[in-house]
Design a protein around this ligand. Structure first.
Ligand code: PLP
Length: 360
């Protein structure tokens, strides 16, 4: 068996301990004679799995009792519709457009109400997070929406926007569980888990209880109504059992490794290694303004498309996969999520230094 260093933006690297444990339990989950994939979602065994997963993520993120945790399908993209359907009472929402995911979310919301783009960084290819300390927040806005870590462009909010008392909704897909957050600052925090948490096919919503009501937009599908999911403990229909099971293992892995404070420390350390190299390199250049840098997704370029392609090909041959940048941005991108070991980042930087020597 040989494993590569996988810098994919998502689906992405998972902790080896978790994969090994899942492999050991594949044929016979804890004496029940079947795998979790084969198990009824109504069984006691599975109920224990989902209950433990919820208890563990609550502990990890210090989620207050007045927030519900939902394990849903449809990915983050489906929540782009669920958010306005469940939250638009006045039919108005403010969006901060810091990249493609925020833009897609705003476009989706336009199907259901009036959407104001109150700030955007589109003018500079989304290479920074705009100043959000005094935005023209709409008086009748039902919520203010952000994408907290911009997976494609590699930017991250360092302080949350001043929403002037309005509800904050945040897509944290690519920074989920990478650092502690104060859940009480949000009305809704949600993320697809396939970036930093688990396998594809599961999105986790953390929603303040009072926002989960029957008062949703007319025509909201039963499945997209958060109340349906909350009332049924995420088991209204068959959930992504396997995804919930693996995420539960990742939560335990995080708890056993010092929780989110420890993870943040490691993540900052890993990102620093890469940014320090980029800041002194004469060949490679980070594409993001320094005070907006993500510690999860690090895009960089040489400024020469041919050299970029050569770098991607040669790094792949050297055991580093998925360093090609997003198709809309070009260049390279290293996603260095929780499960990427420090040794992987060190190996990448060593390879970059060597590539620079040979190509300049
Ligand atoms: C990947 C990603 C999405 C889309 O996730 P899906 O689960 O594929 O719908 C949305 N937002 C962010 C920030 C992402 O990184």
């Amino acid at each position: 068996m040989s494993r590569v260093y996988n810098f994919s933006a998502g689906p992405a690297v998972l902790p080896e301990e978790v994969l090994k444990e899942a492999a050991e339990e594949m044929m016979d989950y804890r004496g029940c004679g079947m795998s979790v994939m084969e198990m009824s979602h109504r069984s006691k065994m599975f109920q224990t799995i989902i209950d433990e997963a919820e208890a563990d993520i609550r502990m990890l993120m210090n989620i207050p009792d007045n927030y519900k945790v939902l394990f849903l399908q449809g990915g983050a993209s489906q929540q782009f519709a669920a958010v306005p359907m469940n939250l638009m009472k006045n039919g108005v929402a403010d969006y901060i457009q810091t990249g493609q995911w925020a833009k897609k979310a705003a476009q989706e919301a336009k199907n259901y109400g009036k959407v104001n783009i109150v700030a955007s960084s589109e003018d500079k290819t989304y290479s920074y997070i705009p100043d959000c300390s005094d935005l023209p927040i709409s008086e009748d806005a039902d919520y203010v929406y952000i994408c907290e870590n911009n997976t494609i462009y590699g930017t991250k909010y360092k302080t949350l926007p001043n929403t002037k008392g309005k509800l904050l909704v945040s897509d944290v897909s690519s920074s989920f569980l990478s650092e502690p957050i104060d859940v009480t600052k949000y009305g809704v925090v949600y993320g697809g888990v396939q970036k930093n948490v688990g396998p594809a096919g599961l999105v986790i919503d953390i929603i303040r209880e009072d926002l989960i009501t029957d008062d949703v937009l007319p025509g909201t599908p039963t499945m997209l109504k958060w109340k349906t999911q909350a009332d049924n403990g995420s088991l209204y229909n068959t959930p992504n059992c396997w995804g919930i099971y693996i995420c539960g293992k990742v939560f335990k892995w995080l708890l056993n490794n010092g929780g989110l404070e420890a993870m943040q420390k490691k993540n900052i350390e890993k990102a620093q290694i890469l940014y320090d190299f980029l800041d002194q390199s004469k060949l490679f250049k980070g594409t993001v303004e320094k005070d907006s840098r993500s510690i999860m997704n690090v895009p960089f370029v040489t400024g020469n498309d041919e050299l970029d392609a050569k770098f991607v090909a040669e790094s792949k041959a050297a055991g580093m996969e998925n360093l090609k940048g997003h198709r809309t941005v070009g260049g390279m991108r290293a996603s260095i999520y929780n499960a990427m070991p420090k040794a992987g980042v060190e190996r990448l930087v060593e390879f970059m230094a060597d590539f620079e020597k040979k190509n300049s």
